[in-house]
Design a binder for this molecule. Sequence first.
Ligand code: GLU
Length: 445
Amino acid sequence: MTKRVLRFAPSPTGYLHVGNIRTALFNYLQAKKVGAEFILRLDDTDKERSSQHFIDQIKRDLEWLGINWDRVEQQSLRIERYREVLNKFKEQKVVYECFETSLELELKRKKQHNQGKPPIYDRAALKLDVVEKDALRDKTDSYWRFLLSGETVTWRDEIAGEINVRTSVVSDPILVKGNGQFLYTLASVIDDSDFGVTDVVRGIDHLTNTAVQTEIFRNLSAGLPVFGHHSLIVDNSGENFSKRSGSLSIKSLKEAGIEAGAIVSKLVSLGTGDGLDIKNNIDELTPKFELRKFSTAPVKFEKEVLQTISRKLIANLSVSEIFPYLDLIGVPDNIKENFWIMAKDNINSKDDLVEIWKLCKEGTNNPIIAPEDKQFIEVAITLIGEYPRDNDSWKTLTDKLNNLTGRSGKNLFMPLRYFLTGKSDGPDMKKLFPLMQKIQRYGLS
Ligand code: GLU
């Protein structure tokens, strides 16, 4: 049996967002599932819009999510190969030279629109003779289109089932632009063929593209991969998420403290009948992953849900998963476990642990003491005692205060919380107090 190969092929012209990460995930998990090779292919033939900055960020984002690749391919390094194939296509006369400017094409489309016709390229360039072409070549850079058969292309889609697309409903695709830039349509087919890609999973917006590319594959005499087209993510108003929806970039979600596991878990449950199964490690998502589970209808997604999932995921982290992070922020070994038990239900992101640890280590520098609590806090200060404390410290303190001041319940606890933490809410004081190494004794004048 031949080795299966999958790829994720982002264009490094922007940051990865939840939409294209869903595609990455599908390909990655499918590759894991079937034991295939997984290629990260950078579709960077558009020199003006692609940049090293985006390439670096794409790699960082994927690594952070746990999507690891076996090798990287870069289209900008394969231009010679694309040229070779184009020349072959020229010899075979399956491509033809065109000269219309974008403005001319726009005018043609307008005219078609007014006549109630679909905006399909009219193949005027096919009718040009040698003399006319020579004359046009002097005036403008020519470019090349692929001559579609207009026939129906049929395939059995891994997600969408049986698909038929007549290529007469689309314009002959431009393969190389006047400035020499090879376009995705050709470059992708050559790569998929050269790298032995066996499975292509991508968004349903590529459906007609697949029909077009199938014809190009055939001209290359290349075997066809199997295709799967997944639904697209939309927001509440039904709008597609575009690359420019910056707030949903993986980078910004990470910066907002969302856990990688929350993102991948949510994205693979979207569009399936499966309930959400939150996993911290992406590879734990593989066993249940099946392309045919996904519906082709657009799926709604709201960023806010990630916050909740992320919170749940963090609270459920095992000691061995969180300890390395606690080491990083400096929580000593002997109190790590108690610190985690105290803090875990009170954080939105791991970053919040930094603040809680600072409170334990340094105390608050913003103790709040209401005028009516001043005397009470003065008494409390005399009883607080020095670190180390033990698990009974809070009970001992509050019992004594109750005896001495007669205060109880909220009247007793709230002023203490305000004084010790500077906040109205936070971790259970019974668990927090024993870990407080330093109590700021100021705030009283
Ligand atoms: N660079 C293309 C895109 O981002 C890749 C599509 C494909 O997977 O073939 O849409």
